[in-house]
Ligand binder design. Structure first.
Ligand code: 2M8
Length: 439
């Protein structure tokens, strides 16, 4: 099926709307994901935002990444939230007084300021830095952008490859459902069931001030998120000391690490680093990804639970994102494309990619990462399809993305069966990635 044609007028309207969202959500040195729901700086959001922002202002896009990397910890971790001290404490939960990074994380090099969370998100940053550089190489050179960010990005990857190789198989593990960025994915149901939730009265969910309860994780989920975060904090955020009762290898996280290692190779060529070492690392990661996470029977990658060393049963969009890795065996690429076209991940009515198996027992078209279609994963899959020369398919996803992004008011996510907007509106990465696909 060919993608439906879009008109130049529709593209122009979309471009303007997307630009407006990014201007409105810019807060001086970074961009908030949403003015209402997420009033601070988020790690992978900033990377996606920079990828779009580079088309409006390369300088701003550089600052977006620099401000995030400025909050890096001594052990190399890039925190998943950098808190804006001007925002009232109750505006978002968990707030700085919950994470207590500057004190609790001091042993592993948390900065004295700003306050941050203590966990991480997927490493899209080196990929973003390289794309930002390429948007305006002269401005990048003038500001010394690549030489400044390169050592930080290297340290960030080293953290993931060393401290987070909890399975010993060469992949980076996640230790909290907030880390893969897909908080309440059915993939985490079984591993989370082992976690005793924190007492309901011990915290207040600020997300429900802005988000509809049917669109958000449940209270039971939150109780478990809080318990895991508190225990990590109480272990000083030290990966050598923490018990990590929730530990998994996530395919999306590791696919992004591969794409970012390859971007680091490009950056290394510009700054006199060791490009070959980054390429070798990407190849090693690709082998480990296929060996440890490829499920040939299911035709997609799966998360591996390191507690019982087994695949989680749920099939999610995270298992399709490894299309981004250029070194995948061709047979794996073919299977992934078939899965993408099959009944589990192709919504006939909208051509959108759901976050979770449309035919799966936990599918919910409105609840966050349990079914809704998201724009960042669509962008990653579109890019992955092009990496492997599957342009017809990529065109179809691009068209569905652009139509739905505009029609939904740049929604955070949409019902994959109808395209109806859910979650926040004027959401930054939706706008940023729309802008990127238009360029
Ligand atoms: C969502 O996660 C945050 C916690 O980090 C939340 O629910 O409060 C996820 O969609 C995540 O992927 C995203 O980075 C974040 C901000 O947009 O929101």
């Amino acid at each position: 099926l060919d993608a439906p044609a879009r008109t130049a007028a529709a593209d122009l309207t979309l471009r303007r709307g997307a630009g407006r969202v990014l201007l409105d959500n810019w807060v001086g040195t970074s961009t908030v994901p949403s003015r209402t729901l997420y009033p601070h700086q988020w790690s992978w959001d900033s990377a996606f935002i920079a990828i779009g922002l580079r088309h409006l202002s390369a300088r701003r896009a550089q600052r977006e990444l620099e401000s995030l990397l400025g909050a890096q910890w001594g052990d190399g971790r890039v925190p998943h939230i950098v808190f804006n001290s001007a925002v009232p404490n109750g505006a978002y939960f968990p707030s700085p007084d919950f994470w207590r990074s500057s004190t609790a994380g001091a042993g592993v090099g948390a900065p004295v300021s700003p306050e941050t969370s203590g966990i991480v998100q997927p490493p899209v940053h080196a990929l973003a830095a390289w794309l930002v550089h390429r948007a305006d190489p002269a401005e990048s050179r003038r500001r010394g952008f690549l030489p400044r960010v390169y050592p930080r990005l290297v340290a960030w990857h080293r953290y993931l490859l060393d401290r987070r190789d909890l399975g010993g198989g060469g992949l980076a593990a996640i230790v909290h459902p907030w880390e893969p960025g897909m908080d309440n994915s059915p993939c985490w149901d079984a591993p989370l069931a082992r976690v005793t939730p924190a007492a309901p009265g011990s915290y207040r969910r600020a997300d429900l001030d802005h988000g509809h309860p049917a669109d958000r994780p449940t209270d039971l989920d939150y109780g478990r998120y809080v318990r895991l975060a508190v225990d990590y904090r109480d272990a000083g955020y030290d990966d050598r000391a923490a018990a990590h009762p929730f530990r998994l290898e996530d395919p999306c996280m590791n696919a992004l690490l591969i794409a970012s290692e390859l971007a680091l190779a490009e950056i290394a060529r510009c700054v006199g680093g060791d490009a070959d070492a980054h390429e070798a690392q990407a190849a090693k990661l690709t082998d480990a990804l296929v060996t440890r996470l490829w499920d040939d029977e299911a035709g997609l990658f799966r998360a591996r639970d390191l507690v019982d060393d087994a695949f989680v049963p749920a099939r999610s969009v995270a298992g399709l994102v490894p299309l981004l890795a250029p070194g995948l065996p061709e047979t794996v690429v073919d299977r992934l494309v078939s899965t993408l076209e099959g009944p589990a991940f192709h919504a006939d009515s909208t051509a959108l990619v759901p976050s979770y198996d449309l035919t799966g027992p936990a599918f919910d078209p409105t609840r966050y990462w349990r079914g809704p279609a998201w724009f960042n994963t669509a962008w990653l899959i579109e890019r992955g399809l092009r990496t492997h020369g599957r342009h017809v398919h990529a065109d179809r996803i691009r068209a569905a993305f652009l139509d739905t992004a505009g029609a939904s008011g740049f929604a955070e996510y949409v019902d994959p069966t109808t395209g109806a907007a859910r979650g926040a509106r004027s959401f930054s990465w939706t706008a940023a990635l729309a802008l990127d696909l238009l360029n």
